[in-house]
Design a protein around this ligand. Structure first.
Ligand SMILES: Nc1nc(=O)c2c([nH]1)NC[C@@H]1CN(c3ccc(C(=O)N[C@@H](CCC(=O)O)C(=O)O)cc3)CN21
Ligand SMILES: CC(C)C(=O)C(=O)O
Ligand SMILES: [Mg+2]
Length: 271
């Protein structure tokens, strides 16, 4: 079995060590205990209870309907399946609208078993990040395509394609790190921009549709396994069940491909 680059349970400070040592981080989403255990045993470093659960579990066409109660429930389930992976939970739509709301939601998620919360955006969210970090809540930021912005954006599209939006994203990335975020997800951004952001920061970047130069990669579990969730398949999605031969094998194949820098290739990245 393909195991993680380290055998102790993951802690938050180990993330910076991994970046410093050039060890790539392997992250997948999970929503229940059995898949969480399977992914954990396959050496997945980080497990995310994503608000993608609104789409792949609940069948909505966006992540907006997901509630804090929903997320707490799935975190509780997933936490029971993990022994090594670090558990991260998305703050659902508007649960991070104010620092106080974010603290309430994040406290519930950490008490349910998460070690870190993830929130989308910069701007007024910088205050939210600082507020949480000052109160002992580790934060993962998320920039680029932020699915909770789908109404404003009008769809799920690559972000940072022109010079102005690329510079804005680089500035936002420095700002979320300065505000205290210890990890940064970059979603649907051109390969060269994600590479520049990754070089700019001392915190690890985790890409999804962000090219091979990030410090780690994440995929939604259903996409890893080729389970059709009713939507057009984004370019960055690869079905690892085909080469892995089993669910555990798919997770191991993904982990190996990420650690060896073989995924994503150009066919699964944007330029
Ligand atoms: N199953 C699943 N996988 C995901 O990765 C995912 C979710 N659900 N739900 C929440 C968001 C939505 N995501 C999406 C959805 C669609 C595209 C997409 O179709 N992108 C176009 C980009 C076109 C362009 O701007 O050039 C593509 O062709 O890949 C990207 C990310 C990522 N997240
Ligand atoms: C795709 C990842 C990064 C996510 O935010 C989710 O699953 O909700
Ligand atoms: Mg999400």
């Amino acid at each position: 079995m393909y195991t993680s680059t380290q055998d102790k349970p993951w802690t938050v400070p180990m993330l910076a060590d991994a970046k410093r040592d050039g060890r790539r981080l392997v992250m997948l989403t999970a929503y229940d205990a059995s898949f969480a255990r399977t992914l954990d045993n396959a050496g997945t470093d980080l497990i995310l209870v994503g608000d993608s659960l609104g789409m792949v579990v609940q069948g909505h066409d966006s992540t907006l309907p997901v509630t804090v109660d929903d997320t707490v429930y799935h975190v509780t389930c997933v936490a029971r399946g993990l022994s090594k992976a670090l558990l991260i939970a998305d703050l659902p739509f508007q649960a991070d609208a104010t620092p106080e709301r974010a603290l309430d939601a994040a406290t519930r998620l950490l008490q349910a078993g998460a070690a870190m919360v993830k929130l989308e955006g910069a701007g007024h969210k910088l205050d939210v990040i600082r507020f949480l970090v000052e109160r002992e809540i580790p934060v993962c930021a998320h920039l680029g395509l932020t699915p909770q912005s789908v109404l404003r954006l009008g769809g799920y599209r690559v972000q940072g394609r022109d010079d102005a939006t690329a510079e804005k994203l680089r500035a936002d990335a420095r700002a979320v790190a300065a505000a205290g975020a210890t990890l940064l997800v970059l979603e649907c951004v051109p390969t060269a921009l994600a590479q520049a952001v990754t070089a700019d920061l001392s915190i690890p970047t985790i890409g999804i549709g962000a090219g091979p130069h990030c410090d780690g990669q994440v995929l939604v579990l259903h996409d890893l396994l080729g389970v059709n969730s009713g939507h057009r398949r984004p370019k960055f999605v690869k079905d690892f069940l085909a080469e892995g031969g089993s669910i555990a094998g798919a997770a191991e194949a993904f982990a190996a491909a990420v650690r060896e820098g073989r995924f994503p290739d150009a066919a699964h990245s944007y330029d």
